[in-house]
Design a protein around this ligand. Structure first.
Ligand code: FE2
Length: 431
């Protein structure tokens, strides 16, 4: 007898009437027509035709800053640079206990939203490495629920902050997974390029992945993405390097981008755009028209790059909203990138599920036999409807264990003879 059977489910690829069999925390079969009659199980869930999705994955977050909104004050200008300055004011006041407490609270929110893997940058410029120790502790404590991958992030600049390189090496030695960077914040373009070279060489030496904040600016002449692609190719780090933000690409000359995309594809550079943050932080120095500022996601996908949408911030010096809902992130990404065709909207769902899972190297995620039994049952008929409704999470499973559940949203109003129960869902779209 199986541990768990979910039957009558719709999958993200459009297959309907599917059954998912689970034994020992692992998916043992994904087959049409599986039911309690032909596959008895201790726990049976009738999905009633709703969407069963792989877990949400956030490829770009700052868990050391999350839920600190208002400490010690709010960001008055709303700019990236005031956010960095504000974080600098807060850093000396941080305590490890408060950091751990806020991060654990956020992980609770995340799991309830079906977000079961997060890559978080952690600032290493504080010589105490307080945030590193705190998030390593959080990583250990949430491991049964959530995969937390950490990036050693020199927030104040690898070369601009005198102890950053040494601190970054110390953070890696403590167990931080990925090498980070912020070349556009170094003092000069030349220093930015030097930091990219240095950090990629360090990652190559230590067999680490790279994920850099890269060209998070509206400067059309910024060239750190080019350097990142070049160093990735030179050092043979293909597919192991991610450029986060890349907002300068929004403002670059079209001819130059046509060359740059080919270099990025050659290096198999991964991309993370952060739509909620890019649309609020970029273009702040513009009058009108104001640039949207998000990187060129449809063109990067067309070039064959793996592109994810990240959350980046929730209630911190840079962003006052957010709730760990990756469908909200996908919804904003879809709008900012004008990805409104049916195919493009489905790509937006992949940008918060399968694509970030690939970027993080999570080969155990996915609804296939032999993979970890981790998935989310959504109150939606397909992936487009999931984004449209920011669909309710009905059930969240990790390794076959139910971690969270919520009621289906229904209205029981009776207005002018309309049906007593109203659903926001529609019949499945003709593919
Ligand atoms: Fe970030």
């Amino acid at each position: 007898m199986l541990d768990l059977l979910l039957h009558n489910a719709t999958l993200a690829d459009g297959r309907t009437g599917m059954g998912v069999a689970v034994q020992g925390g692992v998916i043992t079969a994904v087959t049409a027509g599986l039911s309690p009659v032909n596959a008895p199980a201790h726990e049976v869930v009738d999905a009633e035709g709703q969407l069963l999705s792989a877990p949400f994955v956030d490829a770009h977050f700052h868990m050391d800053a999350t839920l600190s909104y208002g400490l010690p004050r709010v960001n008055a200008s709303g700019t990236l640079l005031e956010g960095i300055a504000l974080w600098g004011e807060l850093k000396p006041m941080l305590t490890q206990d408060a950091l751990v407490e806020r991060a654990l609270a956020y992980c609770d929110w995340a799991v309830a939203k079906g977000l079961l893997a997060i890559r978080s940058h952690v600032d290493i410029c504080d010589d105490r490495l307080l945030a590193v120790d705190a998030l390593l502790e959080v990583k250990r404590r949430v491991a049964p629920y959530l995969d937390l991958q950490l990036v050693a992030f020199p927030q104040d600049g690898l070369l601009r902050a005198p102890t950053a390189l040494n601190n970054l090496k110390r953070a890696l030695a403590k167990g931080v997974d990925v090498v980070g960077g912020i070349p556009h914040f170094e003092r000069t373009m030349a220093d930015g390029a030097a930091s990219v070279k240095r950090l990629c060489e360090l990652a190559a030496d230590q067999g680490k992945m790279v994920d850099m904040h890269c060209d998070e600016s509206d400067d059309p002449m910024s060239r750190h993405v080019e350097t990142l692609a070049y160093e990735t190719h030179r050092l043979g780090l293909h597919g192991r390097v991610t450029g986060s933000h890349l907002t300068s690409m929004h403002s670059m000359d079209n001819y130059y981008v046509s060359k740059l995309l080919a270099l990025m594809a050659e290096a198999r550079l991964n991309v993370v755009a952060n739509p909620l943050i890019n649309i609020t932080l970029q273009g702040r120095h513009d009058t009108y028209p104001k640039r949207r500022g998000m990187t060129r996601v449809p063109e990067q996908l067309a070039a064959g790059l793996t592109v994810a949408f990240g959350h980046d911030c929730v209630m911190d010096p840079w962003y006052s909203l957010g709730s760990g809902d990756m469908l909200e992130v996908a919804h904003m990404g879809l709008h900012v990138a004008q990805m409104t065709s049916q195919a493009a909207m489905r790509q937006c769902f992949e940008a918060v599920t399968t694509n970030p899972a690939q970027i993080l190297g999570l080969t155990h995620f996915g609804i296939e036999a032999g993979r970890e039994a981790s998935f989310v049952l959504l109150q939606a008929r397909d992936t487009v409807e999931a984004i449209r409704l920011r669909a309710q999470r009905l059930k969240v499973y990790r390794k076959g264990r139910l971690l969270a559940e919520g009621p289906a949203l229904r209205s029981r109003l009776q207005i002018a003879g309309r049906p007593a129960e109203v659903s926001f869902q529609t019949t499945p779209h003709q593919r």
